[in-house]
Design a protein around this ligand. Structure first.
Ligand code: AMP
Length: 437
């Protein structure tokens, strides 16, 4: 079945053709017809399945069909990156329709986003926190009275990030009569409860299916002692076993440290995690996408929703604690029928988490060794500085700062003292001198 048979508006078919998509993906085939018939949709879909177009195409078809003024669709996403990604997809798909879109997320100024609301932008793509900020602003410029379609994207991720109360507050500002698309990779009980609250007689897609990574992804494990993980990763990069790669670490500290170690090893890299500003994250992603750096070190924050074209590799530097995270991270590669490889470095301490993952995906992942790598050597440096040492270092630095500030204050004091005494001193010898002449 091809796109033509879905009954989409010709302007949308042109956009799909411009993108070079040969045929709809399975989720698009399943979700678009009921959505175009005006039904609510509940879909279990992974990033990489083509889920964004599965909701954007019917949404744009509906808006394009009956042009009226006002913000008529709202897409809520858990992260800034995903909001930016959905906005980029919207721009591609809506380019022949005349419909407008804007992304609304934190870390950047409110002004241009306020202007987008005031312009009655057709489709707003927002993260929940920033949307609530706008809803609370004086001026009351956010107007959802014309809203027809609501999309909740990656609902389970919203739950993980603690956004459910925010979502419920946002819902209280929206018209009850609307069409709702609810997308989630997994359906834990709180998400099922939320979907019941939000949906009416929804078409259910893939809901019964166990999620597994997209086909086309070759997965492998690299067993390695914890202390040698950085060295093994460097060996993999240097041996050209991996091309452009997103490398996921468990914590922000580990991603910062790994990034520093890679830089010292002469491997250009960028890093992206929750402690970095929006500008830094955007820049890191841009450098990676443009090929300026081959390695992007990241925490789980970018695991969902970031679409990097032709991403060849994902490396789990640490084994994810929950199988869903593994599936999501691995889903970063092999997007929509491309192929890719996902490698996971496993220390002996992580074997248990790994077993849970293998059980969830229903198969054993093959194990590999890096030829020529010395699995017994002593690492040149430790990747992770224990928290007690880090605190001690911070304290020492602060003590140094305090001592420096104290010395500076003492110098200033002495200087003032000298200044105070100076007129008298000058008077003394100078007048004596004059008198003497
Ligand atoms: P998503 O699951 O929405 O993050 O989409 C994954 C990737 O697949 C994106 O790069 C899309 O541009 C691409 N894509 C979406 N639909 C299709 C399609 N029908 N054929 C080929 N690629 C697609």
């Amino acid at each position: 079945m091809n796109f033509d048979s879905l009954g989409l508006d010709p302007t949308l078919l042109r956009a799909v053709k411009d993108l070079g998509w040969p045929k709809p993906t399975p989720i698009q085939l399943d979700a678009i017809p009921p959505a175009m018939a005006g039904r609510d949709v509940l879909a279990c879909a992974m990033t990489g399945s083509g889920k964004t177009a599965a909701f954007l195409l019917p949404l744009l078809h509906r808006l394009h069909d009956a042009p009226t003024r006002g913000t008529r669709a709202l897409v809520i996403t858990p992260t800034r990156e995903l909001a930016a990604q959905v906005h980029a997809d919207l721009q591609d798909l809506a380019k022949h329709t005349g419909l407008t879109g804007a992304a609304v997320f934190g870390g950047v100024g409110l002004g241009p986003q306020e202007a987008a609301f005031r312009r009655q932008t057709d489709v707003i793509i927002a993260t929940p926190g920033r949307l609530l900020d706008h809803l609370g602003q004086p001026g009351r410029y956010v107007d959802f009275r014309a809203l027809e379609v609501l999309v909740l994207d990656e609902a389970d991720r919203m739950l993980d990030m603690g956004f459910l109360p925010d979502i419920k507050r946002v819902l209280s500002h929206l018209p009850k009569k609307r069409q709702t698309f609810f997308f989630s990779a997994t359906l834990p009980p709180p998400i099922v409860a939320l979907s019941r609250e939000m949906l009416h007689d929804a078409a259910r897609i893939n809901v019964e299916r166990v999620s597994t990574p997209a086909v086309g992804i070759e997965q492998a494990l690299y067993p390695v002692p914890e202390a040698l993980k950085a060295d093994l990763f460097i060996a993999l990069v240097k041996s050209d076993t991996i091309g452009n790669v997103i490398c996921f670490t468990r914590t922000k500290h580990r991603s910062n440290r790994l990034s520093d170690v890679l830089t010292r090893a002469g491997i250009p890299n960028a890093r992206i995690h929750g402690n970095r500003s929006q500008a830094q994250r955007t820049e890191a992603l841009a450098h990676f996408k443009s090929g300026k750096v081959r390695v992007l070190v990241a925490t789980d924050i970018v695991a969902r929703g970031i679409d990097v074209e032709a991403l060849e590799h994902v490396v789990n530097f640490d084994v994810p604690h929950v199988p869903e995270d593994y599936i999501h991270r691995v889903g970063r590669t092999a997007r929509a029928e491309a192929t890719g490889e996902a490698f996971t470095l496993v220390s002996p301490e992580e074997e248990q988490d790994l077993r849970a993952i293998e059980k969830a995906i229903g198969r054993k992942i093959p194990r590999r060794m890096v030829e020529g790598f010395d699995y017994k050597h002593r690492p040149a440096e430790r990747l992770e500085i224990p928290i007690a040492e880090r605190i001690a270092a911070i304290r020492a630095r602060k003590a140094e700062d305090r001592a420096r500030a104290k010395a500076k204050a003492a110098r200033r004091e002495a200087h003032t003292e000298r200044e105070r005494e100076r007129p008298a001193a000058r008077k003394g010898p100078a007048s004596r001198g004059r008198r003497g002449r």
